[in-house]
Ligand binder design. Structure first.
Ligand code: TXA
Ligand code: MG
Length: 347
């Protein structure tokens, strides 16, 4: 166990101390607008190795490299015209661009591959911290491997206290889901490897060929190693209920009689479940996708906390909308993986 410094004020002095820890080879968790990241000096092979050890992450899953300015990627990656076009439109912001790497980035960071993910966060604390580090910062999400990504300081403390050198408190992450990961090809093509808040429609405004490769078909090899791992899973099994709203409610009501379960519901369900409010966790109003994204990982973690003091057999929630626009592909992607693709049809 390490002693972990908790930087609760996250003021300039604390960010300077945190940046010093990282530059000297330490691991520092910092907030971003998507989720918290577990940072290390991207040029330091040993520090990068330690990131994988702290998370329990398989070493074949590459890390994203964070910069304070998109042009900083020049020092370790091959920045193309397409890279700058996308960077001008979406950075700083919740987008990671996969481009060819240069030799000064250790293989440990890129898992031996020839490409590197570049991300420039918009969160002011992240931005200042990376700037003070003065080196690119390799950072995966700051959860233990397989658990939901942390969107609050207390999530980071729960997973990583004693495993990292410092944690910076930046409050709640606004977006709540990890960045869109996009692979750049040639002058005018991107392939979305992980859906996020920068949508396919938005990318299409800047680039004429946009496709998606995050729905793996049987036997297909993933372009992004992270896609092959089970993710975001709460401890109790999660089931997605597909059907009319009233049928979903009737199904959950029935289950609540004979099994210990929780329902991740919408605000509109509050009245129906007013007699058992402690067994519901609301993701927000039914149509408020931004709030669903913001709350999803925290809600999954809340079910784990509930499970520590109660028997918990199952978690139910609505099967995500499949309209393919806005945040819905990102929410659907995380929910499907958290539920291990288990959908129950109800009628
Ligand atoms: O929002 C985010 O992206 C957060 C914050 C901290 O920036 N980071 C994050 O990192 O989610 P991580 O490591 O949990 O997820 C990165 C994903 C993984 O699925 C990984 O396989 C993929 O990006 N990835 C990273 N580098 C890649 C590369 N060179 N080629 C293909 N996929 C890559
Ligand atoms: Mg992650």
């Amino acid at each position: 166990m390490k002693e972990t410094v908790l930087f609760k004020r996250a003021d300039e002095n604390e960010l300077i101390s945190a940046a010093n820890i990282l530059r000297e080879g330490g691991l520092v968790i910092f907030p971003t607008e998507t989720v918290y990241g577990l940072g290390a000096n991207a040029y330091d092979e040993k520090a990068a190795y330690n990131v994988f050890e702290a998370k329990g992450r398989p070493h074949d899953n590459p890390l994203i490299v964070h910069v304070a300015d998109p042009a900083d990627a020049e020092t370790f990656a091959v920045t193309t015209k397409l890279y700058y076009r996308l960077a001008r439109a979406f950075m700083p912001g919740p987008l990671t661009l996969i481009i060819e790497k240069k030799h000064n980035i250790p293989d440990e960071v890129t898992a031996g591959g020839g490409t590197v993910g570049v991300r420039c966060p918009s969160h002011p604390t992240a931005h200042r911290f990376i700037e003070l580090c003065g080196v690119p910062v390799a950072a995966p999400s700051a959860n233990l491997s397989g658990r939901p990504s942390p969107t609050r300081f207390d999530h980071c403390v729960a997973d990583m206290n004693g495993r990292v050198d410092a944690i910076i408190d930046g409050g709640e992450c606004e977006v709540g889901l990890e960045s869109t990961v996009a692979l750049l090809k040639g002058d005018d093509e991107v392939v979305i490897l992980r859906p996020g808040a920068v949508t396919a429609e938005a990318l299409s405004c800047v680039c004429s060929r946009v496709s998606s490769a995050f729905e793996l078909k049987e036997g297909e090899r993933p372009l992004s190693p992270g896609m092959k791992y089970k993710h975001y899973a709460p401890r109790a099994p999660l089931y997605l209920l597909d059907g009319e709203r009233r049928d979903v409610i009737a199904f959950v009501r029935g289950k609540m009689k004979d099994e210990r379960c929780l329902f991740l519901c919408f605000d509109e369900d509050a009245e129906t479940f007013s007699d058992c409010r402690d067994r519901t966790i609301s993701l927000g109003g039914e149509d408020d996708e931004a709030l669903h994204a913001h709350r999803l990982f925290a809600a999954l973690r809340e079910t784990d906390v509930y499970g520590e003091t109660h028997t918990l057999d199952a978690i139910y929630t609505y099967s995500p909308k499949k309209d393919g626009t806005g945040l819905s592909p990102a929410i659907e992607n995380r929910l499907l993986r958290a539920a291990n693709h288990t959908i129950i049809k109800v009628k």
